[in-house]
Unconditional design. Sequence first.
Length: 738
Amino acid sequence: MITQYIKDNKTAEIFNKIFDGDDTGRGKLLNPGEKKKKATWEYKPFDSLSHLLGTEIQGRSNVNVSKGAVRWLAWDIDEEYEAKDFCSKIWIYNRELIPFKSLSGRWHLFLFLDAWTSVNEATKKAKSIQEDLIKLKLEVDKGHTLPNGYSIEKGKPGYWIYLPYSKTEAYSPYGQPLSLTQFIYRYKFRKHPLIAGAIGMTKGGRHKALFNVGMYLRFNEVDITLEDIGALMSDPITDQKEIDHANDNEKYDQDHLNKNYNNYLSDLCGGEIPFEKTKEKPEETKITDLKMFDWQDYMALDIPEPSFVIERLFKTKSVNFISGPKGNGKTEFTLGLTDTISKGGEFLNYKVIEPWPVIYIDGEMDEYDLIERRIPYTQHQAPHKHYFNIIHYAQQIDQTIPDIKTEHGQKLIMNKINEVRKITGKTPVIVLDNLRSLSNYKENDSDDWRPIGVWLKNLRALDVVSIVIDHHGKGENAGPRGSSSKTDWANVSIFIKSVSKNRTKGKIRLGLHFDKARGLKPDETEDFECEYDFDGNWTIEQTQSAATEEHYLEQIYKQRRLEFELCRTEERKLDKQLQQGKITKQIYNKLRKAHSKEVSKTQQQLADMLQISVGKLNQLINGSYESYFIRRNKEEYEKSRHPDGSFVTERALKEYDDLVKEWRQKSENRNIHKLPTEAWLREKNPKHIIPMNFRQVERAWADWTKDPYDFMNKVPEISDKEALKATPYIGDPENGDY
């Protein structure tokens, strides 16, 4: 239902908001009706009601000094052009420019911006359009293009211009005057030119225009009906049969609308001026040369290396996708992740070293649903001010966030990115939740996706980290739904699905699979499962297959360790007998091998113990066991660096310390070697130190005592190769291969 705007306080408030600007003063016409105008400047706020009623004809500067910004631009056309020709020419040039008659019978043009824009940026835009208007052979008074003559530092708003609807009005593309109601609706729907241009139409073409708008409304969610548009025409269409006819457009698809769109726009303006279907200059022709660098010159560009916003997951300058079936926890996971991004800390096995501001753009959830989901994360610690920002569709005009595939929608988001960057000093991480609700692009059309993909790529070049939530395609672990080109520019693409098996009661369990992981290491992209308790707590959970394999590897490791220790115990006895000359080296080797065979399980015995097949056992030993062994051996080695370690025991450390003291009592030893030699230690035959561990004990002792004679000063990290050599019991136990 159309609202008829009469000149009352409510309408005056709307008018004041449309033409918001300087709030410190106003221009005022002193001699209404006289040809030569006399004006004055008053330090009084603009009075929109008295202006609309015509009791005081006023003007206003568009510069709000306190904000240092403007909401509209204006141009003064110093020539009395015929309305139809002039308005058609302006419509052809820019459908958002609205023409108004001036008090002198000439023209003013206004362009209404989407948000407060810095006065410097607005001035550049106004001058750029001014030059275009001059090229259209229009007489533009350059001195009165607004903003102009301002000084933010001195608190001066600069030049002002008379506003309409006291004695003047706006005009349609066809050159018809618009009522105040029609103007307000044209302003409201200025981003939808088929609708804006149809407002104020008279007989001749209005039925066709209504039909075209009906087709447009089928493919675009706009808060207006065909009945409303018919009522907003200067010769209204109210007959229901005519409205129904305009709605009868089922046989025409969106492709038909797109192909004929410019023709439909042409029908809304005068025919005297040919409507040239303007097209954007192809991107390829704008680039006249390609920059090329020698390798050394390229290195000298000092391109900064990307760092991690979330360690081992998302880097700065990255495009990232999180996809999965509907209702499978994508948003819940992303809310948990971005909460940690905004505050710093740990999320599952990922770490955020320092907080980053977040802009969460929600095009789907119920507005209170977002509050309910966020509260558990903020109950103990809330992010700093401006570090978790929300753009929710329900809070926007017409409950709509402009389509992100359009330049307009992208620009609005960029404005907010710059706003947060200015406040926090950091480029924010943006979340698009979700892609389908924020754009009507054709999912299977790579060309229709391209504007969004290019925009995300350009954001990456501006240091923006983007997280795009999308529904998944067909098939197990498929990537985002639709065109496969979606993730061409992506750095990381994660597939999420809920898991019911082994789920803890009262929690949601999710499985994560990396569909793409540019810049991450293989061990950082392994599938895993996690659980959320809906109270702000996420935990890593072991998958059933991983848990089973880990169990087998642990049992193999323990058995091999036991066999190793039994062999070393016997080897001590044999070492002593060999040193005393009781046995020969040949007998020593035979006895050692025989004992090894006696205490070691065969492959079949080990498989029987684990209740798996020999083939499965061989698969484990030849596959993941080596890396498991290295990891466990490194853990044991780290423990050996402390007195209570289990690999180099405290008793071994104390015994070695006594031996060092004994060694140093002999001056000749101290002068040659600061620590006991291996040969001397073998002669001493220590009770708690096995021969092959002499060096490990030496390193652990040096770390334990912090001895100034420590030849390395600190214990180095053990390599994989050293780990394998430390206790090499991967070989064949039947051959005594230790």
